[in-house]
Design a binder for this molecule. Structure first.
Ligand SMILES: [Zn+2]
Length: 1019
């Protein structure tokens, strides 16, 4: 449910590159009784000295304390802060001038009154001095110079920034000039994994396309010791804020090719971008190190000076110096290895195809691998030797999907090798570097015995990254404003390809929740168009969000349904053929599809209404006999003071009771339109299978007819249609279009329901409301919601089997049902889970817990002192990646405050749990009442440390902010959130996600205001 900061938006399961850390179903955990334990207990794994962090606000803001009874007029920041013990109060008071409160005080009679004459003269002198000062101030600086000022009508001169050396930097924009472009890079690197530094030498063959006196390119955090241009030494100017370097020439460079060369040194990065170092412990506990890269979007410039924009495609030849025990990998196959006779070897890789700098990659590590040939390419999977057994599934899957894409795109993967590498310490979910895809271990490694639900995640991520080898790598967006061309497409293809190649994994239903997740983000006024204006590095980072990935994929699904599947595929093939090794904008794609389409509408005109305006439409359906009136408006929560004339071209689909399989299409282009039905019908359901990106509202009679039809026979609609009705009715109640009573009316049929999609959607929505009430300390209502869930889902929960299961759909359903049941302590769930956990322990942790129930079982076990200890041990020692991940979620779900703080500290500093898991840990903690305020305080207190590890605007930061603030629903928390982010200045106050967080809190407040009474009455 969106405005509660749905669990969907902070960590969308499908936002592959960024978010493969979310794991559990969206359910609540009501286990409020934290186990007490003796601090000095030897069995307790946490040393009491370890827990030094004491968040201030949370200590006061416990149930029933702290946030009530504020008089609105009297309430100001300070008083709220005092009430909350707000941690940032000190920061703000430090900034206040110590004298400020005394400025109006004056000692009476401390000086005598001057005479009137003295005062008049004094005032005159003051006026004169002030006038002269103003004249001098406002005169241009050129007035008193030899050359004088230019004429008034001359164009405004650019203001050049000052470079590090003090000279003027010759470029004034964030985007590089187009006059010079790279043709080929020769890059030699020598990383030293002991000193954590590297040396580089890069030669760039550049082509001057227009005569110019300067070359500007990117470079960041490196010490360039020598630079030459066509073998002559040149001076480098650097402007650090924009990560640019420049060479100035006295004469115009003529068109033609030249060679730039840089010799430089730099530190290996410690924050997961650029060329970074990471470490892990092997099964013997020995510390191992490796170096790897993560360049997208803006970090290739940290590894070598380069023209670091996606449109500057070039070829790359890479050489890597290494010690003999390490393996090195890069985008291309190894061409040769030279013994440097000093104990070091140098690997040289083949010259690459033409590609963007953000896709360059290299890894130096001690890895094992398995390989297979597909078509003309060798596919290999690499991982640390301890996890060699968990690589086979990924290898088989990658081979099958590569074959599928080769055929589907009618163009073979162009490289002779494709490596998939599991990096033990990796921030993104995965990264599609051409020929060298990097993954988290959790998104690539899975045992052969693992269940299909664990395999679903790995398959889905591989499918996404492989799709990028065409969409993103072969054809690339010109600039980051069209990131959705990469991400929306890869997300769409990931569901489409897995559904085709592995139908047993039930990805089609997963794709349905992708649309719901995209709605959740796009209802906000602070959302953005799919194709948005992007300039600063922070704005580039922020494009990696639900709109680019999930809304992008959703509007492509709508388009592919409006065209035929064959036309859609043909259009894609045409697009890839036309633009291979080049860059594109959205219009290029629409034109390719228009060329092959035989439909009576213009693809570009239709799709522009979906990509260049934010949000999505609400379609209202009013029926009078056979006449149906359709109206569209922008579905916008918090729409105060917003006048909106957005209009979409909607390919509306519908079915009715007389023919369930005859889908009709109506193109709604205007604000309103009338549709004439051929015959009388009992009911109409619009947005068939929820393939379109819009929400539908019916008149009273329309809703009544649908609800009655469902009550009479719940199979009358498809599972997707039922799930979308449930999703839509909750959204409409938040908008105030339907009452909560009507929501419950629709849900009345659910006791008969057996299908996964509608049941999990209903559970998700109810769970969100439960969590909001719980955190508002509306205990009576929360308990009534719990009873409602028990009443409507109890018998289904009781009837779930705890044995091994093979159907993914059944596993998804029971995982959601039982996780909710154990959280609410109903249906004997906790007892059964405990039994299973003990059994698993007795079997030496070797078997006994079905994989889909493992998180639920672990979470119940984590409630006890011993259980938590066992799980910590499992997390530290297990080599089975999915099991490790579930243990971590269980550890973070604890209700014990000390453990919560301990785990936050250990994850942020990376000492026990890798720092990339920090967003997952915070997200899990924030689900529960016990920890969400502590997590919020921890994030505030450690903000500077956090932004050193994760870039401002990045997905990790977006996730942290959403997780910590999305359950706030009081004015006090709203102000606290606003004040904290305002105080950040350049350290993050401008992020879009901050606006989203504020808007979400306001929506929660409004929802509570509107619905508390209704809930009291009807729940
Ligand atoms: Zn992607």
């Amino acid at each position: 449910m969106e405005e509660f900061g749905s669990d969907r938006s902070p960590l969308p399961r499908n936002m592959i590159e960024n978010s493969m850390f979310e794991e559990e179903p969206d359910v609540v955990d009501l286990a409020n009784d934290s186990p007490s334990y003796p601090i000095d207990s030897p069995s307790y794994p946490i040393d009491s000295d370890d827990v030094v962090y004491e968040p201030r606000s949370s200590r006061l803001l416990v149930r029933g304390l702290g946030e009530n009874d504020l008089d609105e007029d009297e309430e100001d920041y300070e008083s709220s802060a005092r009430l909350l013990g707000m941690s940032f109060m000190n920061r703000s008071s430090n900034q206040r001038s110590p004298a400020s409160s005394y400025t109006r005080q004056q000692t009476p009679g401390s000086c005598s009154m001057p005479s009137a004459r003295t005062m008049v003269v004094g005032v005159l002198i003051l006026v004169l001095v002030a006038s002269m000062a103003m004249v001098i101030y406002f005169l241009p600086g050129c007035t008193f110079t030899k050359s004088g000022c230019k004429k008034a009508n001359s164009p405004m001169e650019k203001i050049y920034p000052i470079s590090t050396s003090g000279e003027l930097f010759p470029w004034t924009e964030l985007r590089l000039p187009a006059s010079v472009q790279p043709v080929q890079y020769n890059i030699s690197l020598h990383p030293n994994l002991t000193s954590m530094t590297f040396q580089g030498n890069v030669s760039i063959l550049v082509e001057v396309l227009q005569e110019t006196k300067k070359i500007v390119l990117h470079s960041s955090d490196m010490n360039i010791t020598k630079a030459t241009f066509d073998s002559k030494d040149v001076k480098i100017l650097e402007y650090k804020p924009w990560q640019q370097i420049a060479i100035k020439f006295t004469e115009d460079l003529q068109k033609g090719k030249y060679v730039l060369n840089f010799v430089y040194k730099a530190n290996l990065s410690s924050r997961y971008d650029g060329f970074y170092i990471s470490s892990y412990a092997d099964t013997n506990g020995t510390k191992r190190v490796l170096a790897a890269t993560q360049f997208e979007p803006l970090a290739a410039r940290k590894a070598f000076p380069c023209f670091d924009e996606p449109a500057f495609k070039s070829t790359f030849l890479i050489r890597m110096t290494r010690e003999p025990e390490y393996t090195s990998l890069s985008n291309m196959p190894k061409a040769k290895t030279t013994d440097l006779k000093n104990g070091l070897l140098e690997d040289e890789f083949e010259k690459s195809v033409k590609m963007s700098s953000y896709l360059v990659a290299f890894v130096v590590a001690e890895f094992s691998s398995v390989s297979k040939n597909v078509s003309k390419s060798t596919v290999s999977v690499y991982a640390v030797p301890d996890k060699k057994e968990q690589m086979h599934y990924a290898l088989d899957t990658a081979c099958k999907l590569l074959e599928f894409y080769n055929t589907f795109f009618d163009s073979d993967y162009p490289l002779s090798k494709l490596d998939l590498v599991a990096i033990p310490d990796f921030l993104a979910g995965a990264m599609e570097n051409w020929g060298l895809i990097t993954f988290r271990e959790t998104t690539l490694l899975v045992g052969d015995h693992s269940s299909p639900i664990d395999k679903q995640l790995v398959t889905s991520v591989i499918a996404h990254e492989l799709a990028h080898q065409w969409f993103g790598n072969l054809v690339t967006m010109r600039w980051w404003n069209d990131l959705w061309l990469n991400e929306g497409f890869a997300t769409y293809m990931q569901y489409m390809s897995v559904e085709t190649v592995f139908p047993e994994l039930n990805m089609d239903s997963e794709f349905l929740s992708v649309r719901f997740k995209a709605f959740a983000k796009d209802v906000l006024n602070s959302s953005h168009p799919v194709s948005a204006i992007v300039n600063t590095p922070e704005q580039v980072e922020e494009m990696f969000d639900s709109v680019s990935y999930e809304k992008g994929a959703s509007i492509l699904l709508m388009l592919s349904s409006a065209l035929t599947k064959e036309e859609f595929q043909k259009g894609l093939i045409e697009y890839l053929q036309t633009y291979k090794f080049a860059n594109t904008e959205s219009d290029n794609l629409w034109n390719s599809l228009t060329q092959v389409s035989k439909q009576p509408f213009n693809v570009a005109q239709m799709m522009n209404t979906w990509t260049i305006q934010k949000g999505f439409p609400l379609v209202t359906v009013k029926r009078n006999g056979t006449q149906v009136t359709l109206t569209q408006e922008h579905f916008l929560l918090n729409a105060d003071n917003v006048t909106n004339d957005s209009l979409w071209h909607i390919p509306l689909t519908y079915v009715n009771d007389s023919c369930l399989n005859c889908t009709q299409v109506f193109h709604l282009r205007n604000k309103t339109a009338t549709l004439k039905l051929p015959d009388q019908v009992k009911w109409l359901k619009f947005n068939y299978m929820s393939d379109g990106f819009y929400i539908v509202h019916y008149d009273e009679e329309g809703w009544r007819a649908l609800i009655e039809a469902l009550k009479a026979d719940f199979k009358v609609l498809t599972h997707k249609d039922k799930a979308s009705l449930i999703n839509n009715v909750f959204a409409l109640s938040r908008l105030g279009k339907v009452s909560f009573r009507q929501v419950l009316n629709l849900l009345d049929y659910i006791k008969n329901e057996t299908e996964t999609a509608p049941l999990t959607e209903a559970l998700f929505q109810l769970g969100q409301i439960f969590r909001l009430l719980d955190k508002r300390s509306e205990l009576n209502l929360a308990s009534r919601m719990s009873s409602y869930i028990k009443d409507h889902f109890g018998s289904l929960m009781e009837n779930q089997s705890w044995e091994q299961e093979s159907s993914v759909s059944k596993m998804t359903l029971r995982a959601a049902l039982l996780d909710m049941a154990c959280s609410l302590d109903i249906a004997n769930c906790s007892q059964k889970a405990t039994l299973l956990f003990n059994n698993w322990l007795n079997l030496n942790k070797s078997s006994g817990i079905p994989s889909d129930l493992m998180t639920t079982v672990f979470k119940v076990a984590a409630r006890t002192e011993d259980g938590w200890g066992v799980l910590l041990d499992t997390y530290k020692n297990s080599i089975y990646v999915p099991e490790k991940r579930k243990a971590l979620v269980a550890l973070a779900s604890t209700q014990d405050v000390r453990k919560i703080i301990w785990i936050l500290q250990r994850t942020l500093d990376g000492s026990m749990i890798p720092t990339p898991e920090f967003p997952l840990v915070v997200h899990t903690i924030c689900k529960n009442f016990a920890g969400y305020l502590y997590a919020w305080d921890f994030v505030k207190e450690n903000w500077d440390k956090i932004i050193q590890k994760f870039p401002i605007g990045s997905f990790a930061i977006q996730s942290l902010i959403t997780s910590t603030t999305s359950h706030f629903s009081t004015k006090t928390h709203l102000m606290e959130t606003q004040n904290f982010f305002n105080s950040l200045g350049e350290r993050g106050s401008q992020m879009r996600v901050v606006q989203e967080a504020i808007e979400t809190i306001k929506m929660n407040m409004r929802w509570i205001e509107r619905n508390l009474e209704t809930l009291q009455k009807w729940l």
